[in-house]
Ligand binder design. Structure first.
Ligand code: SAM
Length: 667
């Protein structure tokens, strides 16, 4: 269950204050009003997202930041009388009401006005009056107003509203020559007939429909002569053409020419290969083809994937022909098993097995998991190891890990308990176990260096997982960052164990694409492996993203629910995916590095939506569950595109009932 209070605090800090809204009254009011009350049922979990959301009658509740920016621009003070035109859900009126003396709000859809009035009643906000009507005429009986907010975009500022402004009053409204794009203006009434207008920047609002707005159909009431630039093709239209020109078509996966396209990244120390879903066959097959080529021709010798360390270790033992430990059990049997138990991964593992089979032990390529789940298996692996190399240390570790054992089946409950009790019950013990093992490194390595690496990674995983489950209760960013930092440190430990090593990483685009260049880092304070690799390895890092327009995907509707094959919605018109689709090239590689396609790169620089499908896919709420703002050419060095994709084929699996691991991210 999302902590709404915490989400609201984060929204105000990250989406509003950090973007420059300084008015402490506005910030305070936004901390107070429960936005989740103003969104329709089923969308509450997205109430604090950095975007507008759909509400009843086909309208929208404005993005939190824009509400804050408008209220700040209107300089609302305690005691003010405020008018809002376009009350919609009532959210902006409610926030204004926390500052002003009295708010009057008009909404043209009766159903919306009634819903908003009900919300005000339930919340006890009795200084907000609502009525149904055409707000372009204002509310003459209540005029004059100290501030007027217009929450829908008209062709001009309605005259009636200007006349209802008090002298010194401020009116903030989106105004534009078309129904869908406006500039936010502030009109200040400086005298009876004297108005000053400021331009506050470009915005996009739903149209203001009414006597002094747009007509109810598709025609404006008074349309100014269409400006010339309007008949010229929009610059957006040329981006697909630029993509088509720059696109390097992808051959069949089995054609050696496929891998050769990626020779340009051969000099990197780490090549990170993304995916736009956890259940798309093309993404797995492309990663396999690229990885095979990098191994065969460029000396890459580590494949590190977004999977649990102990599970991947079992595949590693298979491909490198190493013995299984005492308690080995079949890997990847827990939800979401299809991520790694599918025919595409199987084919790659078989290839790796045969590649390694023809080589000496020290030349073999390892297969590792970077993720920190499967706490149980890691605890068992550490104890098994110590039982063999140092039974006395095993006894001590057993006692220390005993602290976590009651929680190992449901580690989230440990996090909750730690939060309630206010201290980290098991932290000292898990940290000490790892420290002790590292202190005895020389002794242990002498017996078997490989097994030491495996055991210390498991001990590191237990330590980081303990912190991760506690952080889950502080907020999504904190636990996300612990998880990605753990993955990055695991990768570094693998590379450091062998100075000449070169790694290929398979993980979701959300881990691979530089987070500092997307909404993740800019708004949510999240980092990821891609960003950390760029910081550590600089130009020796290649970040390669993947995307798709439509097709099918293996996924689930809820955590721990059965796997389904769902049809992916065609990509949104305002997304990067749609630009790629409109290029009409079915499969391609796009080199996004600086200097390669400078015109295209520049054209792609403006932030756009990008789709992220994880284990869960909810096409019904796709915009809010799966799209976020990114800057593609800064996020990735290259982009691999498949216009139409199909779901992975899972291997027959007996799923083990277990913990819901990657919750709440689902990626
Ligand atoms: N501030 C609102 C909120 O917080 O939910 C957002 C409202 S939405 C962006 C704009 C609203 O303006 C829609 O609900 C639409 O029906 C309404 N609207 C458009 N033209 C209007 C008019 N002439 N008078 C009143 N409401 C109007």
């Amino acid at each position: 269950m999302l902590d709404m209070l915490h989400a609201r605090e984060l929204m105000v800090d990250r989406q509003v204050a950090r973007r420059g809204v300084r008015d402490s009254r506005v910030l305070g009011a936004m901390r107070e009003v429960p936005r989740e009350v103003f969104v329709p049922d089923g969308l509450q979990e997205f109430a604090y997202e950095d975007s507008p959301l759909p509400i009843e009658a086909g309208q929208t509740i404005s993005q939190p930041y824009i509400v804050a920016a408008m209220l700040e621009a209107a300089k609302i003070r305690p005691g003010d009388k405020v008018l809002e035109v376009g009350a919609g859900s009532g959210y902006a009126a409610a926030v204004a009401g926390r500052i002003a003396g009295q708010v009057y709000a008009i909404e043209r859809h009766d159903a919306l006005a009634k819903l908003a009035a009900g919300r005000m009643r339930r919340l006890g906000y009795d200084n907000v009056s609502l009525r149904t009507g055409d707000g372009t005429r204002g509310w003459p009986d209540a005029a004059p107003f100290d501030a007027i907010i217009v929450s829908a975009g008209g062709p001009q500022v309605p005259e009636a509203l200007k006349t209802q402004l008090a002298i010194g009053g401020r009116l903030v409204a989106p105004v534009g020559e078309t129904r869908n794009a406006q500039r936010l203006v502030r009109v200040t009434r400086q005298g009876e007939a004297h108005f000053h207008q400021d331009d506050l920047g470009a915005v996009t609002f739903v149209p203001l429909i009414g006597e002094q707005g747009w007509a109810d159909e598709n025609q404006p009431v008074r349309r100014p002569a269409e400006p010339r630039s309007f008949r010229e093709p929009s610059p957006e239209l040329s981006i697909p053409r630029l993509i088509a020109e720059a696109a390097e078509p992808l051959p069949d996966f089995d054609d050696s020419a496929f891998g050769r396209l990626f020779d340009r990244f051969a000099g990197a120390r780490v090549v990170l290969l993304g995916e736009a879903s956890h259940g798309t066959s093309e993404f797995y097959r492309a990663r396999a083809a690229i990885t095979r080529h990098l191994i065969e021709h460029h000396g890459f010798n580590i494949v590190a994937v977004e999977a649990d360390w102990p599970d991947a270790a079992s595949l590693d033992r298979y491909v490198r022909n190493r013995p299984d430990p005492v308690h080995a059990e079949p890997p990847f049997r827990r939800f979401p098993f299809w991520m790694w138990r599918n025919t595409d991964v199987e084919a790659f593992i078989e290839w790796l097995w045969s590649w390694n089979g023809a080589r000496d032990a020290e030349q073999r390529v390892g297969f590792y998991g970077l993720d920190l789940y499967n706490l149980n298996a890691s605890i068992r692996a550490v104890l098994d190891y110590l039982d063999q190399v140092d039974p006395a240390a095993a006894d001590i570790a057993r006692q220390r890990y005993g602290c976590l054992t009651p929680w190992a089946k449901e580690p989230q409950a440990y996090g909750r308990m730690a939060l309630n009790k206010g201290y980290a019950l098991c932290e000292a013990g898990v940290v000490q176990t790892l420290t002790d093992m590292l202190d005895r490194r020389l002794d242990y390595v002498r017996q078997d260096g490989e097994r030491f690496l495996d055991a210390t990674q498991n001990a590191r995983l237990v330590k980081d997982a303990e912190a991760y489950y506690r952080a889950m209760y502080y907020g999504a960013a904190e636990s996300w960052n612990l998880r990605d930092t753990h993955m990055f440190e695991t990768l570094c430990a693998l590379l450091d164990a062998n100075p000449g090593a070169k790694a290929v990483v398979w993980a979701h685009n959300s881990h691979v694409g530089d987070a500092s260049k997307t909404e993740m880092g800019l708004v949510r304070d999240e980092l990821n492996i891609g960003q950390l690799c760029r910081e550590r390895f600089g130009a020796q890092t290649a970040l390669i993203g993947m995307g798709a327009h439509a097709g099918t995907v293996a996924c689930t509707s809820d955590w721990d629910a059965p796997m389904e094959v769902k049809r992916i919605n065609p990509s949104r018109p305002d997304s990067y995916e749609r630009l790629a689709h409109d290029s009409k090239v079915a499969r391609f590689l796009l080199d996004l590095r600086e200097g390669v396609h400078p015109v295209l790169r520049q054209a792609l620089m403006r932030q756009r939506l990008e789709r992220f499908i994880g284990v869960i896919y909810r096409p019904e709420t796709e915009r809010w569950s799966h799209y976020s703002q990114c800057c593609l050419p800064q996020q990735f060095d290259a982009y691999v595109w498949f216009d139409e994709t199909r779901a992975v084929t899972p291997l027959p699996t007996q799923q083990r009932p277990g913990v819901d691991d990657t919750y709440p991210f689902g990626l």
